[in-house]
Design a protein around this ligand. Structure first.
Ligand code: NAP
Length: 437
C-alpha cells in the first residue's frame, strides 16, 4: 500500500460517501471494518467510509464508525470535495435520483443497489455518468449477493444473450414455497413471511410483482443492451395463486414459481413477470425459500445458472463492496468501467405477440359434447392442445388443458370465447407453463 498513485488525499485510499445505513448500508460498514485490510491487500485499494448520510443522525447504531461521520444532510455528502465515490443505499426514487445526479455532476463515480430508481430512470443516470465521465455500478440492484450484472456486462460481452429467466424475488419464492409445502393460502404464507422478516409490513411491491418487474427491466437492459423500463414489463403477481393450483400442479408433475422472463428475438425484446408452472425436475423447481436463481442463455454458452442469496444485508453488502473496489480501481488507473447499457435499437414486443404454453382449468357443465365444444374454440384460434384431462364431480366437471406454444393474443381471444360459452361455469385456474418446449 505504498505506491504513490493518489485519489483524494491518501495514497491508494478511495473515500466513500455512503447514503443510507439501513440493512445494506450498515452491513457495508461492518464488512469494511472486518475485512477492509484484506480487501486492500487483495484489491490494491483501501476503501474508507468518510461520511454517512441517514435520516436520523442522532440515533445510536452500534456500528464501527465514529459518530461524527454520520450526518442527516445527504447533500453535504454528495458535494463534499474530499469524497471520491458516492454509494447510494437509501432506496426509492427521490431523493436518491437527485443525489446521484448531483454526485455524478460533481465528478464522482457512484454505486447503487436501487432497482426501483434504475428501472425507472436508468437512462437518465447513465447519460449523466457518460457526460461526466464517471462510473455507475449497480451489482446489488438485482439478485443481492449473486454476481449477475458483472457477468452480463463484462464476462458475457462476447455472447449474444437471448434469454434471461429466473426467480428474482426471494419474498415471493419464500411465500410460494410455504404454500407448496404446507398447503397454505397466500395470505397465510404472507403472514408467516412477515413474522420471519422475509416480507415488508406492506408486501405489495413483492407480492404483486413490482419488485421482480423492476429487476426484469434491468436484466433485459443489461443482457440485450436494450432500453427497457419497469413500465414495459408485463406483470402478474402471486395473489391469485391458490392452494388448489399447487395440488393440481404437483399431481401433474409441476412446481409453481414467480418467474421474470426477458427474451430477445431479432430486434424485439419481450419482458414479463408472472406465476409459472415449471416441470418438477427443472432446476428452478428446486429453488426453495428466499433464494434466487437466474438462467442466462445464448447460442454459444447454452445455459448458465446463477443461484444463491438474492437479498439480505450481508450478501448484498458483498456486491456493493465488489462494485466499490471496481470503481476505486478505475479511479486510481484513470480508467472507466462499462458505460451506458442501452443502445435503444430494440422494440418492446407487445404482450399479445409473445408465445407461451398455458395451463387452463375450467369448471364446466357435465354433459356429452362439452369437451368437443371447448376444444373447437382452441382449434379455431390456431391453438393445439398438448394434454387434456377431464374429471366429473356431481353435475359439474373440470376440464384441464396444457396447450402447445401459442400466441398470447390468440390464447386471450380463446379465453374470451370460452367465458361466453353457457357450458363453461368458471375459469378455475390459468397459469403459463415454462421450461418444456
Ligand atoms: N435489503 C436488502 O436485502 C436489499 C437487497 C438488494 C438491494 N437492496 C436495495 O438497497 C437499498 C437499501 O435497502 P435497505 O434494505 O438497506 O433499506 P433500509 O434498511 O430501509 O435503509 C435505508 C437507509 O436510508 C436512510 N435514508 C432514508 N431516507 C433518507 C434520506 N432522505 N436521506 C438520508 N438517508 C435516508 C435511512 O436512514 P435511517 O437509518 O436514519 O432511517 C436508512 O439508513 C434499496 O434500494 C434496496 O432496494 C436491498
Amino acid at each position: 500500500m505504498t505506491e504513490e498513485r493518489t485519489v483524494g488525499s491518501d495514497a491508494r485510499t478511495v473515500r466513500v460517501g455512503l447514503l443510507g445505513s439501513g440493512t445494506v448500508g450498515a452491513a457495508v460498514i461492518r464488512l469494511l471494518d472486518e475485512r477492509g485490510d484484506d480487501v486492500a491487500r487483495r484489491a490494491g485499494v483501501r476503501l474508507e467510509i468518510s461520511r454517512v448520510a441517514v435520516r436520523d443522525a442522532t440515533r445510536a447504531r452500534g456500528l464501527p464508525l465514529p459518530a461524527d461521520r454520520f450526518t442527516d444532510d445527504p447533500a453535504a455528502v454528495v458535494e463534499d470535495p474530499g469524497i471520491d465515490v458516492v454509494c447510494e443505499l437509501i432506496g426509492g426514487v427521490e431523493p436518491a435520483r437527485d443525489l446521484l445526479l448531483r454526485a455524478l455532476a460533481s465528478g464522482k463515480s457512484v454505486v447503487t443497489g436501487n432497482k426501483e430508481l434504475l428501472a425507472a430512470h436508468g437512462e437518465e443516470l447513465f447519460a449523466a455518468a457518460d457526460r461526466a465521465g464517471g462510473d455507475l455500478y449497480f451489482e446489488a440492484a438485482v439478485a443481492g449477493g449473486i454476481p449477475l450484472i458483472r457477468p452480463l456486462r463484462e464476462s458475457l460481452a462476447g455472447e449474444r444473450v437471448d434469454r434471461v429467466l429466473g426467480i428474482v424475488n426471494g419474498t415471493t419464492n419464500f411465500i410460494l414455497t410455504q404454500m407448496s409445502e404446507h398447503g397454505w393460502t397466500s395470505d397465510e404464507a404472507v403472514a408467516e413471511a412477515q413474522r420471519l422478516g422475509f416480507a415488508e409490513a406492506d408486501p405489495t411491491a413483492d407480492v404483486e410483482g413490482y419488485d421482480a418487474a423492476a429487476k426484469c427491466a434491468i436484466l433485459a437492459s443489461v443482457a440485450f443492451g436494450a432500453r427497457v423500463v419497469a413500465g414495459d414489463v408485463y406483470r402478474e403477481g402471486i395473489s391469485e395463486v391458490t392452494p388448489q393450483d399447487f395440488a393440481d400442479a404437483q399431481r401433474l408433475g409441476y412446481a409453481i414459481k414467480l418467474l421474470a422472463i426477458a427474451e430477445l428475438e431479432e430486434d424485439e425484446v419481450s419482458v414479463r413477470v408472472h406465476p409459472s408452472m415449471i416441470p418438477a425436475d427443472h432446476p428452478l423447481a428446486a429453488v426453495r425459500g428466499a433464494s434466487n436463481a437466474v438462467f442466462v442463455e445464448g447460442p454459444r454458452i447454452g445455459q448458465l445458472m446463477f443461484y444463491g442469496a438474492g437479498a439480505g444485508g450481508d450478501p448484498t453488502a458483498t456486491a456493493v463492496v465488489g462494485d466499490l473496489v471496481s470503481v476505486a480501481r478505475n479511479l486510481l488507473q484513470g480508467a472507466r468501467g462499462p458505460g451506458s447499457i442501452s443502445t435503444g435499437a430494440h422494440r418492446i414486443r407487445p404482450m399479445d405477440d409473445t408465445h407461451d404454453q398455458y395451463y387452463l382449468k375450467l369448471r364446466v357443465e357435465d354433459r356429452p359434447g362439452v369437451l368437443a365444444e371447448v376444444a373447437d374454440r382452441f382449434a379455431r384460434n390456431g391453438i393445439s392442445l398438448e394434454r387434456v384431462w377431464q374429471e366429473g364431480f356431481a353435475d359439474e366437471a373440470t376440464l384441464s388443458f396444457i396447450t402447445h406454444r401459442a400466441q398470447e393474443g390468440a390464447f386471450q381471444k380463446t379465453m374470451q370465447e370460452l367465458r361466453e360459452l353457457d357450458a363453461v361455469h368458471a375459469v378455475a385456474s390459468l397459469l403459463r407453463v415454462e421450461g418444456e418446449e
